[in-house]
Write a protein that binds this ligand. Structure first.
Ligand SMILES: [Fe+2]
Length: 436
């Protein structure tokens, strides 16, 4: 890409440095069978396994428990993880961790499972009032005082990248707000990324999680530059969401190229094991990328979308209440966002579109937002995805509520490459209602 150097030029009051936080991860078909030796290598003797009711019925759980048994490691299984975790579900999971006297953890599932395991590890290792570690201003934003117990994360979807990040997201029930806990200490000690686990995933889940990964990579590339983010008084206070930097660029670009090539194939053909394996790798890379840079508007806006949905239920997701899968609530905002942010860094938008397979010959900086938006929309159409927030039940009358729901997400909104007013946010939601 030809744009990164001036993008990172020093700026008045901006940060002078960025931090690379790399993960130890194992990737490959069948690697879940290494769970036992990994656990033993980390000194675990009694493991708390976190999963959910859906994943519990699938073969990977037997693979993991068999491997632990063969390594002579004791374990207990917690299978009550909620698909959208809450403070209450985190607290219940932490109680199981405290009661179980574990010396290590293993999570097997999607983002909700891995995030719940992170929180259970935290609150059982350093017990505290629940809001203590929750992101300010909703919570106390206190730093975690030291390392947690070892945690082996085993994703079963190609999406969240939670295995590579120190973030745990949940709904705070009393405030009806989506927020999170963020610390390098929350990052799993290691991850086992075994693409065999996605063989039985329904296409709607492959699509939603795949678009989540695409959005992680796109938001990473179009974040504000780390050099323009306000410098903290101490380097140790530099947040993991530090803005775009040369390392996150490199990882996000590699991820986007794979997603451009394999997302549609992985969604539309469950038998395409090559595409599903490549998506698994791409999603982990995207997790590493945004774990080193942060997300911005599509994620900040998504929390309002998922919180305000009235009737929509997605196939193959829980049906007992209205529910928008995370990746869907994110990517439905994305084309509208990039039409808005492109003027801040058009080269980055064009480079991203090209990585996703768009023909950018002859495109000018003024076309950048439209070119990238158009390419995302083509992917949505090719996977028979909803065509905007209107397709999942939102109308013009919801715009005020959506703005009110998203506005408190300043931590992520401030990572956008442009300043965003409430009126801007309203127009972004309006622009996301219908793409075709
Ligand atoms: Fe996400």
């Amino acid at each position: 890409m030809g744009c990164c150097h001036h993008y990172f030029a020093p700026a008045e009051g901006g940060d002078n440095a960025f931090t690379i936080d790399a993960s130890t991860l194992t990737f490959g078909a069948g690697c879940l069978r290494e769970a036992g030796e990994q656990a033993r290598g980390l000194g675990m003797k009694r493991v708390g396994i976190y999963t959910d009711a859906g994943v519990k019925k699938l073969p990977p759980l037997g693979t993991v428990t068999g491997s632990l048994k063969a390594a002579g490691i004791d374990y207990a299984i917690y299978d009550e993880v909620r698909v959208e975790p809450t403070d209450a579900s985190f607290t219940a999971a932490a109680r199981f961790a405290a009661d179980g006297k574990f010396d290590g953890f293993l999570s097997l599932g999607g983002g909700s499972v891995m995030d719940t395991c992170k929180a259970a590890n935290l609150y059982s290792t350093y017990p505290a009032d629940f809001l203590t570690y929750v992101n300010a201003p909703i919570g106390g934003g206190q730093p975690i005082s030291g390392p947690l117990k070892p945690h082996i994360a085993c994703p079963t979807t190609a999406g969240t990248g939670s295995e590579a990040t120190g973030i745990a997201i949940f709904d705070l029930l009393a405030m009806k707000a989506k927020t999170g806990i963020q610390s390098r200490h929350l990052k799993p000690t290691t991850g086992l990324i075994d693409p065999e686990v996605t063989a039985t995933l329904p296409s709607t889940i492959v699509a939603s999680t795949g678009f989540d990964a695409m959005s992680h990579a796109l938001e990473t590339l179009t974040d504000i530059s780390y050099a323009r983010r306000a410098r903290q008084p101490r380097g140790s206070a530099r947040p993991p969401s530090q803005g775009a930097n040369p390392f996150s660029d490199m990882v996000a670009f590699e991820s986007l190229g794979l997603i451009g090539k394999y997302l549609v194939r992985a969604v539309n053909d469950p038998a395409d094991t090559e595409a599903r394996a490549e998506m698994m790798y791409a999603a982990t890379l995207a997790g590493i990328a945004f774990g080193n840079a942060g997300c911005h508007l599509p994620h900040g806006m998504s929390y309002a979308v998922s919180g305000l949905v009235r009737e929509y239920r997605a196939p193959h997701y829980p049906q007992h209440e209205p529910f928008v899968p995370h990746g869907m609530s994110v990517v439905l905002n994305a084309p509208s966002v990039y039409r808005f942010t492109a003027s801040a860094c058009p080269d980055r938008h064009l480079d991203a579109a090209q990585r996703l397979g768009a023909d950018v010959r002859g495109a000018t900086p003024a076309d950048a937002g439209e070119v990238l938006a158009g390419q995302i929309i083509r992917f949505m159409q090719a996977t028979r995805f909803p065509g905007g927030l209107g397709s999942i039940g939102f109308t013009e009358r919801d715009l005020d509520a959506l703005v009110e729901g998203a506005w408190p997400q300043q931590r992520v909104i401030k990572n956008a490459p442009r300043e965003v007013s409430r009126d801007d946010l309203r127009e972004l939601f309006r622009g996301a209602l219908a793409y075709w």
